[in-house]
Structures are given as C-alpha cells and as structure tokens.
Design a protein. Structure first.
Length: 313
C-alpha cells in the first residue's frame, strides 16, 4: 500500500455522495467549513479580472487599428457594431472556464458536476430541450410583436436591413459566440454560484433567490418591467435546473432567446443599441409570466418521462 493511502481525504477531485441534488454537488467534504468563501471570493475576482482584460484588449485593438468610435465618451470599443458585439460576447463567455476551474481546483470536485449531476453535459437531453425551446421562443416573440404592433415599443430605431453580405456575416458571428455567452451566464448564475452557496446552506432556495437577483442586476438598470421579467424568469430557471439535475434545459432556452433577439436586431440594423432585457416593455413581462412556467413545466414533465437524473447516480 502506498504511504499515506487510506489516511485523510483522497487526492484529486471528490464527488458528493450518491443521491445528492444538483445544488449540493459542492458538499464533498473538502475545503473545510468556510472553504466555500474562498472559492466564491477568488472566482469572483478572476471573473472581474477577466472582464477587465478583455476590455483592455478591445480598447487597445480599437486604438491601434484606428477603428474606435469618434465620440470620446462612447460606450463601445469599435465603430463596427458586429466587432463590438463580438468582444462583448467574449467578455461574458470567459466565465465558463473560470467557474469550471474554480469548481475543480478550489471546490476540489469534478468540474463536470457544474454541468449536471452525472458530471457532464447530457447532449441528447440538451438536444431534446432545444426542440422544445426553439419553437416556444419563436411563438413568444411572435406574440410580443403582434401585441405591440404599431406602438412605440415596436418602432424600429436602427438603420434598417444592412444587406445580405453583412447580415449573414453577423449571423455567423452570433451563431459562434452567443451559445458560449448564454451558456456562460447559466454556468455562473444557475450553476456554480448555486452550488457554492449550497456548500453552506441546506436549502437550495437562498442560493436560487440570490443568484436570480444578481442575474437581473447584471443586465443593468432599465425599466421596472424588465427587472421583474429577468428576476421572475431566473427563479423559474433556477427551479428547473434543480428539478432536472443540470443546466441543459436553461442553456438551450437562453441560447434560443438571445440568438433570436440579436438576429432580429441585426436584421433591423439595431445591433449597436445599448438596450438589454432590462429595458423590456411591460407586454414582454406579462408574456414571460406565461411562457416561463409553461416551458419549465413542459421540460419537467418530459424529464420525468425520459428518466432524466435529478440526483447524482
């Protein structure tokens, strides 16, 4: 027997015991009573540093290449809205490797447990969730357009259709980066953060509520209807993650929503707009009151019928 074998905690990542729910995947007996504070603090610092680094790189590139905005107080890096959007999406996407690193080397558990209770993304289940989320999001957007047609909220404020060459290039950039950006937000707010707080509390709801609040605030301060929409959606999504034991269902819905929203913005020449979901009108909030629980309950029912794992095997 190798020296030290069988004494103290085993080396390498350690999983939570069998039968553990998604929010409790960080309870693997490693790190001590207050180890979760160290993981939380360091990962948050790294996320902030990562965003600052991407921001600096974007600012330097824009200055060196001479493609920055003419206004000195502009909120964008590049005059070209596609390039600027790409940097913004990359700045969010870096959250994925950071939180996975935090789970593995600070939480001392397999990084895949942030994806699901089985330790990885369940790709077949993810595809099935996409088959539900895509048509549902299209229906929701269609209902919003029909409801707001002719109102000020539906009036386009962009430069109009940019032409097929520019539009297709924009769709290619969005198709490559939006899934990473949307997934990163889910990994941070619905995944890692819930599991880190879950190391200290027994109920998942304090973590879900706090993560939902931070998710809404992260989109900025717009209209009250937009804040309510974001917080309400995030609460349902947090419930769905725990209910299905993984992030797959919320990733597909988030990706579908953002791709459709940004694709439409590109088509109307509104990609340079600084508005976010926090600026959503009250009609969008009312529709979200219906569509968020509708999607979550459909997926939960589907997960039961498919035998999707809700706890670690």
């Amino acid at each position: 027997m190798p020296p030290g074998y069988g004494y103290g905690p085993p080396p390498g990542p350690v999983r939570a015991e069998s039968g553990t729910s998604y929010d409790a995947q960080g309870r693997n007996g490693r790190g001590g009573r207050f180890g979760w504070l160290g993981e939380l603090s360091l990962v948050v610092v790294l996320v902030v540093v990562g965003v600052v680094v991407v921001t600096l790189v974007g600012a330097v590139l824009a200055e060196v290449l001479g493609v920055g905005p003419e206004e000195a107080d502009s909120e964008v890096f590049f005059e070209n809205p596609v390039a600027d959007m790409a940097f913004q999406l990359i700045g969010i996407a870096i959250g994925i490797p950071i939180v996975l690193w935090g789970a593995r080397y600070l939480g001392k558990r397999p990084a895949g447990t942030v994806s699901s209770v089985v330790g990885r993304l369940r790709w077949r289940w993810l595809g099935l969730c996409a088959a539900v989320s895509v048509p549902l999001i299209i229906l929701q957007f269609g209902a919003l357009f029909a409801w707001t047609w002719g109102s000020e909220a539906a009036e386009p404020s962009g430069d109009g259709f940019p032409g097929w060459a520019s539009f297709l290039l924009t769709l290619a950039v969005l198709g490559a980066l939006v899934p990473l950006q949307a997934a990163a937000e889910e990994y941070v707010f619905r995944g890692w953060l819930v599991q880190v707080i879950g190391r200290a509390v027994r109920s998942p709801w304090p973590a879900v509520v706090l993560a939902s609040l931070l998710f809404a605030l992260a989109h900025g301060f717009g209209q009250l209807s937009g804040f309510i929409l974001l917080f309400y959606s995030a609460m349902w999504w947090g419930w769905l993650v725990i209910r299905t034991g993984g992030l797959e269902a919320v990733i597909t819905l988030h990706v579908a929503n953002n791709l459709l929203a940004l694709g439409l913005a590109a088509g109307f020449g509104e990609l340079a707009s600084t508005q976010t979901a926090a600026d959503a009108p009250w009609q969008a909030m009312v529709l979200e009151f219906v569509f968020a629980p509708l999607y979550c309950l459909i997926i939960a029912r589907l997960a039961d019928r498919r035998g999707i794992e809700r706890v670690s095997p």
